[in-house]
Design a protein around this ligand. Structure first.
Ligand code: SOE
Length: 390
């Protein structure tokens, strides 16, 4: 098999997992890392055993050994980094949110289509075997027509006024914080599983911590800020949100999103209620799928490949009782994307399910825009407006 060269721009918290995941595929070489300075790129590259270190994303993108550019930079750098990669016709794998506004996300989608490359966004929770099982069961009609989709995505890493991240600064993270950062995962996930798209939203956004103490240095998600020098920072974006949503297939939905909820670490969960059965899945107990029934006992389906439907089985790599986790699901997403690249496929062809595209990233950005608009209008139902396809 022809080997594929991967280069990563922005080696922070999640960048390391991109590298680990593609290494597990067996046919991908991690060629280079780019960071804001050559020194920091070199330090990361040495720590991770990556041969080349670049002090700018332009250098990495120009590197002929890099065929796929992974963008794990803060949100405000997504547009320039991705545009530069597309200008050189490199395939792009970008973290979510694809861009800080729907207009920018649409431009990136259009540019990627024009470049004729493979484009992907890491809505990584799609890669869980039991998420794929839920999707297969709904598609097969086991649940019946779906009428209610609800759940939440709660974390606690921003509960203290001293907790901080670039995600909270509108010019670096975007106008929305919790909804764009984690609510976008929930929306993508339930749409993917249920096969219905969110078309209207009603949002109530809250800023629980109005003033934060911003540290002098940069802080990674889930980490505590270092240093004594702190400045007051007036929050402009939400850390808590309640959304009602309507789906194009007729289902109604509700979701709570928050990053100030003590005890919840990465608590993404959904429940889907259909005419014949319900399905429930929780990221923090990802090896269990709850199946709810009225006429017989409800129960738990464990992540056991021998019990999964064929489409879901290939996302499980260990026998029943051997727990799989976040990094395995992340690797499944990379496997879907890189198999597509290795086969020389184009974006108009059928893609494997865990592979979310720039179109999905654009749709997610349109939902965030609609959420912000709904809140501005005092919590009014607001259509998710997508302009014509590219
Ligand atoms: C921080 O809230 C974060 O790292 C998100 O940015 C990720 O997308 C999510 O998967 C976990 O939490």
């Amino acid at each position: 098999m022809k080997r594929i060269g991967m280069g990563l721009v922005g080696p922070g918290f999640v960048g390391v997992h991109h590298i680990d995941a593609v290494r597990r595929l067996g046919f991908v070489d991690v060629v280079a890392i780019a960071a804001s300075t050559e020194k920091s790129a070199r330090a990361k590259a040495d720590a991770l055993g990556v041969p080349k270190a670049h002090g700018s994303y332009e250098q990495l993108i120009a590197d002929p050994d890099v065929h796929v550019v992974h963008n794990t930079t803060p949100n405000f750098l997504h547009v320039p980094v991705i545009k530069a990669a597309l200008a050189r016709r490199k395939h792009v794998v970008s973290d979510k949110p694809l861009a800080m506004t729907a207009n920018d996300a649409r431009d990136l989608w259009r540019a990627a289509e024009q470049a004729g490359v493979v484009h992907a966004v890491t809505f990584n929770y799609r890669g869980n075997p039991l998420v794929q099982q839920a999707r297969e069961m709904i598609a097969a009609g086991d649940v019946g027509p779906v009428h209610f989709i609800h759940g939440g995505y709660l974390q606690d890493w921003l509960i203290e006024a001293t907790d901080f991240s670039w995600r909270l600064e509108p010019e670096k993270g975007g106008a929305s914080s919790a909804v764009a950062d984690i609510g976008s995962h929930w929306c993508d996930l339930v749409q993917h599983v249920a096969g219905q798209r969110i078309v209207e939203v009603l949002a109530d956004l809250t800023t629980v911590i109005g003033t934060r103490m911003k540290p002098s240095g940069s802080v990674e998600a889930f980490a505590k800020g270092a240093g004594d020098r702190r400045e007051p920072f007036t929050m402009q974006s939400e850390d808590l949100a309640t959304l009602l949503v309507r789906f194009d297939g007729g289902a109604k939905g509700a979701v709570n999103v928050g990053q100030v909820c003590a005890g919840h670490k990465n608590d993404l969960w959904f429940e889907i209620n259909g005419a014949r059965a319900s399905l429930g899945w929780r990221q923090e107990r990802q090896n269990e799928l709850w199946i709810g029934r009225r006429e017989s006992a409800s129960g738990i389906l464990p992540k056991d490949p021998s019990l999964l439907m064929p489409g879901a089985r290939k996302y499980a790599h260990l026998p029943g009782g051997h727990q799989e986790a976040w990094a395995d699901a992340f690797c499944n997403v990379m496997r879907d994307i890189y198999a597509f690249i290795a086969d020389g496929r184009t974006m108009s062809e059928l893609r494997p399910p865990a592979f979310a595209t720039f179109e999905d990233g654009y749709h997610a950005a349109c939902i965030v825009d609609a959420v912000l608009e709904s809140h501005r209008r005092g919590g009014a139902w607001t259509a998710v407006r997508e302009r014509v396809a590219v």
